[in-house]
Design a protein around this ligand. Structure first.
Ligand code: NDP
Ligand code: 2IT
Length: 444
Protein backbone atom coordinates (compact mmCIF):
# COMPACT_ATOMS: atom_id res chain seq x y z
CA UNK A 1 0.00 0.00 0.00
CA UNK A 2 1.49 3.30 -1.10
CA UNK A 3 0.45 5.21 2.04
CA UNK A 4 2.14 2.76 4.42
CA UNK A 5 5.28 2.61 2.27
CA UNK A 6 5.51 6.40 2.15
CA UNK A 7 5.31 6.63 5.92
CA UNK A 8 7.97 3.93 6.36
CA UNK A 9 10.32 5.75 3.96
CA UNK A 10 9.70 9.00 5.78
CA UNK A 11 10.58 7.37 9.11
CA UNK A 12 13.84 6.01 7.71
CA UNK A 13 14.75 9.37 6.21
CA UNK A 14 13.86 11.40 9.28
CA UNK A 15 15.51 9.01 11.77
CA UNK A 16 18.81 7.90 10.21
CA UNK A 17 21.07 5.42 12.06
CA UNK A 18 18.23 3.99 14.16
CA UNK A 19 18.01 0.39 12.87
CA UNK A 20 15.92 -0.97 15.78
CA UNK A 21 13.36 1.79 15.33
CA UNK A 22 13.20 1.10 11.58
CA UNK A 23 12.81 -2.61 12.32
CA UNK A 24 9.77 -2.16 14.54
CA UNK A 25 8.12 0.30 12.13
CA UNK A 26 8.70 -2.10 9.22
CA UNK A 27 7.07 -4.90 11.21
CA UNK A 28 4.05 -3.03 12.55
CA UNK A 29 2.93 -0.72 9.74
CA UNK A 30 2.44 -3.31 6.96
CA UNK A 31 0.52 -5.55 9.35
CA UNK A 32 -2.07 -2.86 10.12
CA UNK A 33 -2.72 -2.13 6.43
CA UNK A 34 -6.04 -4.03 6.33
CA UNK A 35 -7.37 -1.81 9.10
CA UNK A 36 -6.32 1.32 7.23
CA UNK A 37 -8.00 0.08 4.06
CA UNK A 38 -11.20 -0.35 6.03
CA UNK A 39 -11.02 3.14 7.50
CA UNK A 40 -9.81 5.84 5.10
CA UNK A 41 -10.13 8.47 7.85
CA UNK A 42 -6.81 7.12 9.22
CA UNK A 43 -5.12 8.32 6.05
CA UNK A 44 -7.17 11.50 5.65
CA UNK A 45 -6.13 12.97 8.99
CA UNK A 46 -2.58 11.63 9.01
CA UNK A 47 -2.95 9.18 11.88
CA UNK A 48 0.05 7.11 10.76
CA UNK A 49 2.34 10.12 10.24
CA UNK A 50 1.53 11.23 13.78
CA UNK A 51 1.66 7.70 15.21
CA UNK A 52 5.34 7.24 14.19
CA UNK A 53 6.51 10.61 15.56
CA UNK A 54 7.08 10.80 19.34
CA UNK A 55 5.06 13.53 21.06
CA UNK A 56 8.16 14.54 23.03
CA UNK A 57 11.79 13.35 23.29
CA UNK A 58 13.95 14.37 26.22
CA UNK A 59 17.75 13.88 26.21
CA UNK A 60 19.85 15.06 29.13
CA UNK A 61 23.27 14.92 30.73
CA UNK A 62 23.68 12.85 33.88
CA UNK A 63 26.83 13.76 35.82
CA UNK A 64 27.83 11.86 38.96
CA UNK A 65 30.92 11.10 41.02
CA UNK A 66 32.24 7.53 41.29
CA UNK A 67 33.79 5.91 44.38
CA UNK A 68 37.26 7.09 43.30
CA UNK A 69 36.14 10.71 43.23
CA UNK A 70 36.16 10.80 39.42
CA UNK A 71 33.39 12.63 37.57
CA UNK A 72 31.40 10.42 35.21
CA UNK A 73 29.03 11.60 32.49
CA UNK A 74 26.20 9.52 31.05
CA UNK A 75 23.31 10.34 28.78
CA UNK A 76 19.69 10.12 29.94
CA UNK A 77 16.59 9.68 27.76
CA UNK A 78 12.83 9.75 28.09
CA UNK A 79 10.66 9.24 25.02
CA UNK A 80 7.04 10.31 25.56
CA UNK A 81 5.70 8.66 22.45
CA UNK A 82 1.92 8.59 22.59
CA UNK A 83 -0.57 9.76 25.22
CA UNK A 84 -3.81 9.20 23.33
CA UNK A 85 -5.19 6.57 25.72
CA UNK A 86 -3.52 7.56 28.99
CA UNK A 87 -0.45 9.03 30.68
CA UNK A 88 2.88 7.87 29.22
CA UNK A 89 3.91 4.56 30.77
CA UNK A 90 6.96 2.38 30.25
CA UNK A 91 10.21 1.25 31.76
CA UNK A 92 13.70 2.67 32.18
CA UNK A 93 16.67 0.72 30.81
CA UNK A 94 20.21 1.19 32.14
CA UNK A 95 22.63 -0.54 29.79
CA UNK A 96 25.72 0.62 27.85
CA UNK A 97 24.01 -0.11 24.51
CA UNK A 98 21.18 2.38 25.16
CA UNK A 99 20.78 5.03 22.44
CA UNK A 100 17.96 7.09 20.97
CA UNK A 101 17.00 4.47 18.35
CA UNK A 102 16.67 1.71 20.95
CA UNK A 103 14.63 4.01 23.19
CA UNK A 104 12.29 4.83 20.31
CA UNK A 105 11.76 1.20 19.30
CA UNK A 106 10.95 0.29 22.90
CA UNK A 107 8.61 3.25 23.37
CA UNK A 108 6.82 2.48 20.11
CA UNK A 109 6.30 -1.19 21.11
CA UNK A 110 5.03 0.07 24.46
CA UNK A 111 2.20 2.09 22.86
CA UNK A 112 0.66 -1.04 21.34
CA UNK A 113 1.47 -3.28 24.30
CA UNK A 114 -0.17 -0.92 26.78
CA UNK A 115 -3.21 -0.64 24.54
CA UNK A 116 -3.51 -4.45 24.49
CA UNK A 117 -3.66 -4.60 28.30
CA UNK A 118 -7.00 -2.78 28.16
CA UNK A 119 -5.79 -0.33 30.83
CA UNK A 120 -5.57 3.45 30.30
CA UNK A 121 -1.84 3.84 29.67
CA UNK A 122 0.00 5.67 26.89
CA UNK A 123 3.43 4.63 25.60
CA UNK A 124 6.84 5.81 26.77
CA UNK A 125 10.33 4.54 27.54
CA UNK A 126 13.54 5.91 28.95
CA UNK A 127 16.92 5.04 30.31
CA UNK A 128 20.61 5.68 30.12
CA UNK A 129 23.85 4.26 28.76
CA UNK A 130 24.94 3.89 32.41
CA UNK A 131 26.07 0.33 33.25
CA UNK A 132 25.07 -0.72 36.78
CA UNK A 133 27.18 -3.87 36.49
CA UNK A 134 30.23 -3.76 38.75
CA UNK A 135 29.13 -0.49 40.40
CA UNK A 136 28.78 -0.19 44.17
CA UNK A 137 25.35 0.47 45.73
CA UNK A 138 26.56 3.98 46.58
CA UNK A 139 27.52 4.65 42.95
CA UNK A 140 24.18 3.35 41.69
CA UNK A 141 22.42 5.60 44.22
CA UNK A 142 24.35 8.70 43.16
CA UNK A 143 23.68 7.95 39.52
CA UNK A 144 19.95 7.43 40.14
CA UNK A 145 19.74 10.67 42.14
CA UNK A 146 21.43 12.64 39.38
CA UNK A 147 19.24 11.00 36.71
CA UNK A 148 16.07 11.86 38.64
CA UNK A 149 17.24 15.42 39.32
CA UNK A 150 16.57 16.12 35.65
CA UNK A 151 13.81 13.57 34.96
CA UNK A 152 11.52 14.76 37.79
CA UNK A 153 10.50 17.85 35.79
CA UNK A 154 9.06 15.69 33.05
CA UNK A 155 7.16 12.96 34.92
CA UNK A 156 4.30 12.60 37.40
CA UNK A 157 1.53 10.21 38.45
CA UNK A 158 -0.89 11.79 35.93
CA UNK A 159 1.73 12.58 33.29
CA UNK A 160 4.37 9.87 32.85
CA UNK A 161 5.04 6.86 35.09
CA UNK A 162 8.36 5.03 34.54
CA UNK A 163 9.23 1.54 35.84
CA UNK A 164 12.04 -1.01 35.45
CA UNK A 165 13.55 -2.72 32.41
CA UNK A 166 17.05 -4.12 31.78
CA UNK A 167 19.39 -2.96 34.57
CA UNK A 168 16.61 -1.27 36.55
CA UNK A 169 15.14 -3.37 39.34
CA UNK A 170 13.92 -2.89 42.91
CA UNK A 171 17.15 -1.21 44.08
CA UNK A 172 17.16 1.42 41.31
CA UNK A 173 13.41 2.11 41.60
CA UNK A 174 13.86 2.71 45.34
CA UNK A 175 16.64 5.27 44.79
CA UNK A 176 14.74 6.98 41.97
CA UNK A 177 11.55 7.20 44.04
CA UNK A 178 13.39 8.63 47.04
CA UNK A 179 14.93 11.41 44.95
CA UNK A 180 11.63 12.23 43.19
CA UNK A 181 9.87 12.59 46.53
CA UNK A 182 12.62 14.82 47.86
CA UNK A 183 12.58 17.11 44.83
CA UNK A 184 8.83 17.34 44.30
CA UNK A 185 7.77 17.16 47.92
CA UNK A 186 4.83 14.92 47.06
CA UNK A 187 4.18 11.28 47.79
CA UNK A 188 2.61 9.86 44.66
CA UNK A 189 2.71 6.74 42.51
CA UNK A 190 5.16 8.24 40.02
CA UNK A 191 7.04 4.98 39.48
CA UNK A 192 5.90 1.36 39.46
CA UNK A 193 7.81 -1.66 40.67
CA UNK A 194 8.14 0.06 44.05
CA UNK A 195 9.03 -1.87 47.21
CA UNK A 196 6.15 -3.32 49.21
CA UNK A 197 6.75 -0.90 52.09
CA UNK A 198 6.26 2.20 49.94
CA UNK A 199 3.40 1.60 47.56
CA UNK A 200 4.44 -1.44 45.54
CA UNK A 201 2.06 -4.13 44.38
CA UNK A 202 2.14 -7.84 45.00
CA UNK A 203 3.07 -9.80 41.84
CA UNK A 204 4.77 -6.87 40.04
CA UNK A 205 8.14 -8.62 40.47
CA UNK A 206 6.82 -11.88 39.04
CA UNK A 207 4.39 -10.31 36.56
CA UNK A 208 6.25 -10.31 33.23
CA UNK A 209 7.51 -13.88 33.58
CA UNK A 210 4.25 -15.25 34.99
CA UNK A 211 2.22 -13.31 32.42
CA UNK A 212 4.32 -14.74 29.59
CA UNK A 213 3.53 -18.27 30.75
CA UNK A 214 -0.19 -17.49 31.21
CA UNK A 215 -0.23 -16.24 27.61
CA UNK A 216 1.65 -19.34 26.39
CA UNK A 217 -0.83 -21.58 28.22
CA UNK A 218 -3.64 -20.04 26.16
CA UNK A 219 -1.71 -20.42 22.90
CA UNK A 220 -0.69 -24.02 23.61
CA UNK A 221 -4.17 -24.83 24.94
CA UNK A 222 -5.68 -23.99 21.57
CA UNK A 223 -3.71 -26.97 20.20
CA UNK A 224 -4.52 -29.13 23.25
CA UNK A 225 -0.93 -28.81 24.51
CA UNK A 226 0.55 -27.61 27.81
CA UNK A 227 3.81 -27.23 29.75
CA UNK A 228 3.71 -30.58 31.56
CA UNK A 229 6.84 -32.57 30.74
CA UNK A 230 8.08 -29.99 28.21
CA UNK A 231 11.73 -29.00 27.95
CA UNK A 232 12.03 -25.21 28.00
CA UNK A 233 15.08 -23.08 27.09
CA UNK A 234 15.01 -19.57 28.56
CA UNK A 235 17.56 -16.90 27.65
CA UNK A 236 18.58 -14.33 30.25
CA UNK A 237 18.53 -14.78 33.99
CA UNK A 238 17.07 -11.43 34.98
CA UNK A 239 13.65 -10.43 36.20
CA UNK A 240 11.65 -11.79 33.26
CA UNK A 241 13.63 -15.03 32.83
CA UNK A 242 13.63 -16.03 36.50
CA UNK A 243 9.86 -15.79 36.99
CA UNK A 244 9.07 -17.35 33.63
CA UNK A 245 11.29 -20.26 34.76
CA UNK A 246 9.58 -20.47 38.14
CA UNK A 247 6.10 -20.64 36.57
CA UNK A 248 7.23 -23.23 33.98
CA UNK A 249 8.36 -25.43 36.86
CA UNK A 250 5.11 -24.93 38.76
CA UNK A 251 3.28 -26.19 35.68
CA UNK A 252 5.40 -29.34 35.42
CA UNK A 253 7.79 -28.15 32.70
CA UNK A 254 11.57 -28.59 32.85
CA UNK A 255 13.88 -25.59 32.34
CA UNK A 256 16.87 -27.01 30.45
CA UNK A 257 18.89 -23.83 29.76
CA UNK A 258 19.36 -20.25 31.01
CA UNK A 259 21.94 -17.55 30.20
CA UNK A 260 23.44 -14.13 30.78
CA UNK A 261 25.45 -11.97 28.41
CA UNK A 262 28.58 -14.09 29.02
CA UNK A 263 27.27 -17.60 28.48
CA UNK A 264 24.64 -20.23 29.21
CA UNK A 265 24.09 -23.22 31.46
CA UNK A 266 22.25 -26.34 30.34
CA UNK A 267 21.04 -29.64 31.71
CA UNK A 268 18.46 -31.88 30.00
CA UNK A 269 17.35 -33.08 33.47
CA UNK A 270 16.44 -29.55 34.52
CA UNK A 271 18.15 -26.57 36.18
CA UNK A 272 17.79 -25.61 39.85
CA UNK A 273 15.91 -22.32 39.44
CA UNK A 274 16.04 -21.32 43.11
CA UNK A 275 19.85 -21.50 42.97
CA UNK A 276 19.89 -19.14 39.96
CA UNK A 277 17.35 -16.80 41.57
CA UNK A 278 19.43 -16.50 44.75
CA UNK A 279 22.69 -16.03 42.85
CA UNK A 280 21.29 -13.42 40.48
CA UNK A 281 18.81 -11.48 42.63
CA UNK A 282 20.61 -11.42 45.95
CA UNK A 283 24.28 -12.02 45.27
CA UNK A 284 24.40 -10.36 41.80
CA UNK A 285 26.67 -13.11 40.46
CA UNK A 286 27.38 -14.16 36.86
CA UNK A 287 25.43 -17.26 35.79
CA UNK A 288 28.71 -19.17 35.55
CA UNK A 289 29.06 -18.68 39.32
CA UNK A 290 25.55 -19.58 40.42
CA UNK A 291 24.99 -23.20 39.44
CA UNK A 292 26.33 -26.27 41.16
CA UNK A 293 28.62 -28.20 38.78
CA UNK A 294 27.98 -31.29 40.95
CA UNK A 295 24.37 -31.27 39.64
CA UNK A 296 25.57 -32.22 36.11
CA UNK A 297 24.67 -28.79 34.78
CA UNK A 298 27.20 -27.55 32.23
CA UNK A 299 28.35 -24.04 31.33
CA UNK A 300 29.33 -22.76 27.88
CA UNK A 301 30.54 -19.36 26.70
CA UNK A 302 28.65 -17.35 24.03
CA UNK A 303 25.13 -16.63 25.19
CA UNK A 304 23.64 -16.74 21.68
CA UNK A 305 24.44 -20.45 21.35
CA UNK A 306 21.78 -21.21 23.96
CA UNK A 307 19.37 -21.90 21.06
CA UNK A 308 21.38 -24.97 20.10
CA UNK A 309 20.15 -26.67 23.30
CA UNK A 310 17.39 -29.16 22.41
CA UNK A 311 14.03 -27.90 23.69
CA UNK A 312 10.26 -28.11 23.05
CA UNK A 313 9.61 -24.47 23.92
CA UNK A 314 11.96 -21.47 23.58
CA UNK A 315 11.48 -18.32 25.67
CA UNK A 316 13.83 -15.49 24.69
CA UNK A 317 13.87 -13.26 27.80
CA UNK A 318 17.14 -11.30 27.47
CA UNK A 319 17.25 -8.65 24.74
CA UNK A 320 16.40 -7.59 21.17
CA UNK A 321 17.46 -9.60 18.11
CA UNK A 322 18.85 -12.53 20.10
CA UNK A 323 17.25 -15.14 17.80
CA UNK A 324 18.32 -14.77 14.18
CA UNK A 325 17.39 -16.87 11.16
CA UNK A 326 20.08 -19.47 11.85
CA UNK A 327 19.11 -19.87 15.51
CA UNK A 328 15.44 -20.17 14.46
CA UNK A 329 16.32 -22.91 11.99
CA UNK A 330 18.27 -24.76 14.67
CA UNK A 331 15.29 -24.56 17.03
CA UNK A 332 12.95 -25.88 14.33
CA UNK A 333 15.25 -28.75 13.40
CA UNK A 334 15.52 -29.68 17.10
CA UNK A 335 11.73 -30.05 17.25
CA UNK A 336 10.78 -26.81 19.04
CA UNK A 337 6.96 -26.36 18.91
CA UNK A 338 6.51 -22.89 20.42
CA UNK A 339 8.37 -19.62 20.94
CA UNK A 340 7.28 -16.97 23.46
CA UNK A 341 8.91 -13.55 23.57
CA UNK A 342 9.51 -12.42 27.15
CA UNK A 343 11.95 -9.81 25.87
CA UNK A 344 11.07 -6.95 23.52
CA UNK A 345 11.71 -7.82 19.84
CA UNK A 346 14.07 -10.74 20.60
CA UNK A 347 13.43 -12.41 17.20
CA UNK A 348 14.66 -10.88 13.95
CA UNK A 349 12.10 -10.58 11.11
CA UNK A 350 13.86 -13.49 9.35
CA UNK A 351 13.55 -15.66 12.46
CA UNK A 352 9.81 -14.90 12.72
CA UNK A 353 9.44 -15.94 9.08
CA UNK A 354 11.10 -19.27 9.86
CA UNK A 355 8.70 -19.90 12.76
CA UNK A 356 5.58 -18.97 10.79
CA UNK A 357 6.67 -21.03 7.77
CA UNK A 358 7.27 -24.09 9.94
CA UNK A 359 4.02 -23.73 11.93
CA UNK A 360 5.88 -23.12 15.19
CA UNK A 361 3.49 -21.35 17.59
CA UNK A 362 4.84 -17.81 17.92
CA UNK A 363 3.86 -15.39 20.72
CA UNK A 364 4.99 -11.81 19.93
CA UNK A 365 6.50 -9.80 22.79
CA UNK A 366 4.09 -6.90 22.77
CA UNK A 367 1.29 -9.34 23.63
CA UNK A 368 3.14 -12.05 25.55
CA UNK A 369 5.24 -9.85 27.83
CA UNK A 370 2.52 -7.29 28.56
CA UNK A 371 1.94 -8.76 32.03
CA UNK A 372 4.65 -6.56 33.52
CA UNK A 373 3.18 -3.26 32.45
CA UNK A 374 -0.36 -4.55 33.09
CA UNK A 375 0.57 -5.18 36.72
CA UNK A 376 2.20 -1.75 36.78
CA UNK A 377 -1.24 -0.47 35.79
CA UNK A 378 -2.72 -2.40 38.72
CA UNK A 379 -0.08 -0.85 41.01
CA UNK A 380 -1.16 2.62 39.82
CA UNK A 381 -4.80 1.79 40.58
CA UNK A 382 -3.96 0.60 44.09
CA UNK A 383 -1.89 3.76 44.72
CA UNK A 384 -4.75 6.03 43.68
CA UNK A 385 -7.23 4.04 45.77
CA UNK A 386 -4.76 3.94 48.68
CA UNK A 387 -5.31 0.25 49.08
CA UNK A 388 -3.60 -3.12 48.66
CA UNK A 389 -4.85 -6.19 46.87
CA UNK A 390 -3.58 -9.61 48.00
CA UNK A 391 -1.10 -11.66 45.97
CA UNK A 392 -3.93 -13.95 44.89
CA UNK A 393 -6.13 -11.04 43.80
CA UNK A 394 -3.43 -9.41 41.66
CA UNK A 395 -2.34 -12.75 40.20
CA UNK A 396 -5.93 -13.54 39.20
CA UNK A 397 -6.31 -10.12 37.54
CA UNK A 398 -3.00 -10.62 35.70
CA UNK A 399 -4.12 -14.01 34.42
CA UNK A 400 -7.43 -12.61 33.17
CA UNK A 401 -5.62 -9.75 31.40
CA UNK A 402 -3.24 -12.20 29.65
CA UNK A 403 -6.14 -14.41 28.60
CA UNK A 404 -7.92 -11.36 27.18
CA UNK A 405 -4.81 -10.23 25.28
CA UNK A 406 -4.54 -13.68 23.72
CA UNK A 407 -8.22 -13.64 22.80
CA UNK A 408 -8.08 -10.11 21.32
CA UNK A 409 -4.95 -10.88 19.29
CA UNK A 410 -6.15 -14.21 17.90
CA UNK A 411 -9.60 -12.82 17.08
CA UNK A 412 -8.14 -9.82 15.25
CA UNK A 413 -5.91 -12.19 13.25
CA UNK A 414 -8.96 -14.19 12.19
CA UNK A 415 -11.02 -11.06 11.45
CA UNK A 416 -8.40 -9.79 8.99
CA UNK A 417 -7.66 -13.12 7.31
CA UNK A 418 -4.46 -14.12 9.13
CA UNK A 419 -5.71 -16.93 11.38
CA UNK A 420 -2.98 -18.12 13.75
CA UNK A 421 -0.68 -15.14 13.10
CA UNK A 422 -0.58 -13.50 16.53
CA UNK A 423 1.94 -10.90 15.38
CA UNK A 424 -0.52 -9.43 12.91
CA UNK A 425 -3.38 -9.91 15.38
CA UNK A 426 -1.60 -8.13 18.25
CA UNK A 427 -0.54 -5.23 16.04
CA UNK A 428 -4.07 -4.71 14.75
CA UNK A 429 -5.79 -5.16 18.11
CA UNK A 430 -3.33 -2.78 19.79
CA UNK A 431 -3.53 -0.15 17.06
CA UNK A 432 -7.34 -0.14 16.74
CA UNK A 433 -7.84 1.49 20.13
CA UNK A 434 -5.08 4.06 19.55
CA UNK A 435 -6.49 4.97 16.13
CA UNK A 436 -10.00 5.48 17.54
CA UNK A 437 -8.69 7.68 20.34
CA UNK A 438 -6.55 9.74 17.94
CA UNK A 439 -9.47 10.15 15.54
CA UNK A 440 -11.74 11.36 18.33
CA UNK A 441 -9.19 13.83 19.72
CA UNK A 442 -8.57 15.72 16.47
CA UNK A 443 -5.27 16.73 14.91
CA UNK A 444 -2.97 17.25 17.89
P1 NDP B 1 17.24 -7.73 33.67
O1 NDP B 1 18.23 -6.63 33.68
O2 NDP B 1 16.62 -8.16 34.94
O3 NDP B 1 17.86 -9.03 32.99
C1 NDP B 1 18.35 -8.99 31.68
C2 NDP B 1 18.96 -10.34 31.36
O4 NDP B 1 19.24 -10.39 29.97
C3 NDP B 1 20.27 -10.59 32.08
O5 NDP B 1 20.44 -11.94 32.30
C4 NDP B 1 21.27 -10.03 31.07
O6 NDP B 1 22.58 -10.57 31.21
C5 NDP B 1 20.65 -10.47 29.76
N1 NDP B 1 21.05 -9.52 28.71
C6 NDP B 1 20.83 -8.19 28.69
N2 NDP B 1 21.36 -7.62 27.59
C7 NDP B 1 21.94 -8.62 26.92
C8 NDP B 1 22.63 -8.68 25.70
N3 NDP B 1 22.88 -7.57 24.97
N4 NDP B 1 23.08 -9.90 25.30
C9 NDP B 1 22.85 -11.01 26.06
N5 NDP B 1 22.17 -11.01 27.22
C10 NDP B 1 21.73 -9.84 27.63
O7 NDP B 1 16.12 -7.28 32.62
P2 NDP B 1 14.63 -7.83 32.44
O8 NDP B 1 14.56 -9.26 32.76
O9 NDP B 1 13.73 -6.87 33.12
O10 NDP B 1 14.41 -7.60 30.86
C11 NDP B 1 14.67 -8.63 29.90
C12 NDP B 1 13.91 -8.32 28.63
O11 NDP B 1 12.50 -8.27 28.91
C13 NDP B 1 14.21 -6.98 27.96
O12 NDP B 1 14.07 -7.11 26.56
C14 NDP B 1 13.10 -6.06 28.49
O13 NDP B 1 12.88 -4.98 27.64
C15 NDP B 1 11.94 -7.04 28.48
N6 NDP B 1 10.81 -6.73 29.34
C16 NDP B 1 10.96 -6.47 30.67
C17 NDP B 1 9.86 -6.22 31.46
C18 NDP B 1 9.96 -6.00 32.92
O14 NDP B 1 8.92 -5.80 33.55
N7 NDP B 1 11.12 -6.00 33.52
C19 NDP B 1 8.50 -6.19 30.89
C20 NDP B 1 8.44 -6.57 29.50
C21 NDP B 1 9.56 -6.81 28.76
P3 NDP B 1 23.73 -9.70 31.93
O15 NDP B 1 23.38 -9.69 33.38
O16 NDP B 1 24.98 -10.42 31.61
O17 NDP B 1 23.68 -8.34 31.31
O1 2IT C 1 8.88 -3.42 28.43
C1 2IT C 1 8.05 -3.32 29.35
O2 2IT C 1 6.86 -3.50 29.20
C2 2IT C 1 8.57 -2.94 30.68
N1 2IT C 1 9.77 -2.78 30.84
C3 2IT C 1 7.61 -2.70 31.82
C4 2IT C 1 7.10 -1.29 31.78
C5 2IT C 1 6.26 -0.87 32.96
O3 2IT C 1 5.90 0.31 32.96
O4 2IT C 1 5.95 -1.65 33.85
Amino acid sequence: MAYVNDVILQVIKRNPNEPEFHQVIKEVLPSIEPLIEENQEIKNIGILERFVEPERQIIFRVSWVDDNGKTQVNRGFRIQFNSSIGPYKGGLRFHPTVNIGIMKFLAFEQILKNSLTGLPMGGGKGGSDFDPKGKSDAEVMRFCQSFMTELHRHIGAELDVPAGDIGVGAREIGFLFGQYKRLKNVYEGVLTGKGMTFGGSFVRTEATGYGLIYFMEEMLGEEKKDFAGKKVAISGSGNVAIYAAQKVQQLGGRVVAMSDSNGYIYNQNGIDIEEIKKGKEIERKRISQCYLPASNTKYAENCFDIWSVKCDIALPCATENEIDEKAAETLVSNGCIAVGEGANMPCTPEAIEVFLKNKVLYAPGKAANAGGVATSGLEMSQNVMRTFWTFEEVDAKLKTIMQNIYKKSSEAAVRFGHKGNLMVGANIAGFEKIAHAMLAQGIV
